[in-house]
Design a protein around this ligand. Sequence first.
Ligand SMILES: [Zn+2]
Length: 538
Amino acid sequence: MQFDTLIINGKIVDGTGKSAFKADVGILNQKIAAIGSLKSSEAKKVINAENLIVSPGFIDMHTHSDISLINDPYGESKAHQGVTTEVTGNCSYSPFPCGKMGPKGLHKELWEKCAVADDPNTNWTWNTLDEWANTIENNGVSINIAPQLGYAALQVASGANEDRRATYSELKEMKYLATEAIEQGAFSISTGLSVPPSAYASTEEVVEICKALSHYEGVFYATHAREGAGRHLSKIIEAVDIGKKANISVQFSHLAITDWRYYGEGPKMHELFDKAVQEGLDITYDMYPYTAAGAGLDQMIPLWAQSGGLDEYMARLKDVEMREKIREEVSKGIGGLAPLWQKVIMSSAKNDKNKGLIGMSIEDISKKRKIDPAETVLQLVEEEKGAVPVTVHNRVESDIRGFMDHPLAMFGSDGNAVSPEGFYKSGQPHPRFYGTYPRILGRYVREKPSVLSLEDAVYKMTAFPAKRLGMKNRGQIKKDYIADITIFDPKVVIDNATFEDPHQLPSGIPFVFVAGVIIIDNGKHSRKKPGKVLRRGT
Ligand SMILES: [Zn+2]
């Protein structure tokens, strides 16, 4: 047999958790065609993986690359990490369905306000998942995308983005649009129960929507839960409750403890997960290996102030009395993230006049402007029209290690696929955009004391998320599986991105394949675009 590519002398970590073994891998027609002793076979390209690990491509369970991969189809920050599939549509934000708002309306009312810092000049032309996917595939993309449907998009598309219960007809419309996206192949539905408008949804409303979808094979419910002071246990209880009542599997997003008063309570949270599993719920979670979160300043603004869309939100800030009320609630941290202003760092700006503030804390900006920090938050929100991405240093290392080392844990960067050029160059994104996977392999697997074995870590990056997504032929080094493959050096693999200097590619990941096509070749991006928008059940 003549292979397209032959990878020889490598050590295979196949994704299942099984011990590493030496073997060659032959790739033909996008697939893994053979595993074994293949040195005598012919191939158009031979890669010598001596001293390297050959693993399935990493599946990033939690990203917001829905739009960045249109603006930047190469997605260098993820491709160089060995990520071959981005799961998008998290935290309630998907770029479809647009419903009666149309694409421009959804863009303005949802996406421009959320904290993902995408280019405001992106041309939104699609209405549905299928149309968005066509836009991406016509443009070409280096890595795969596994799309999820966002709850907030449903709300905006059906006019239910106010701080109140959705009406009967709005609910009907939401179910109709949700069903359409799931039938077009969305893997799941996601909520963001501490960010508006998703936060306006009651537990019962989410249950009702999930019930309308749970009969679709493999569909699950992903949740950025109702975070906030003192909610580290109640947020899990609500997710479990929704899963049980709607009879749907649950993916709990970016598990962490962000309130210093509850650091160390990971075991209590794990008890809730373990109990739910014992009671028959299929629940798993994802997490990322950093002591800081990425968020938006909108998470410091009371929910009531953001009701009804961008224009109403901005009008409330112009009203003298309301502004004072909002300012007071922000200064006390009522209903939002705790106001630790020196730990909240501005990470991106759309408004040119604010680009110089990137990297500064809210406290520093407030001193510079000679106003109090809460007023600073309001000014920035106005100047940036709602979307102010920030990095918040609010976690401890011991909790992270505890969350990583649990059988229900997999990984999700919560970062975007971007490149250090064009629109994304000026931002100071969270280093997780560039470093999550090599950081785990370097700092939590190789360095001592280690948290995970290499085989366990790769499992949590590959076959485990593939199982959650119901993928039938990805996530393992296995014959006839799609050849999404990452080759790394376990002795040197490491992240280089820092909070101060985040646009840094990692080291030690020389080769990455998507569907048998090389996208990282000897550490260089090949500029090839073999990626696809994947669909549930395939
Ligand atoms: Zn989130």
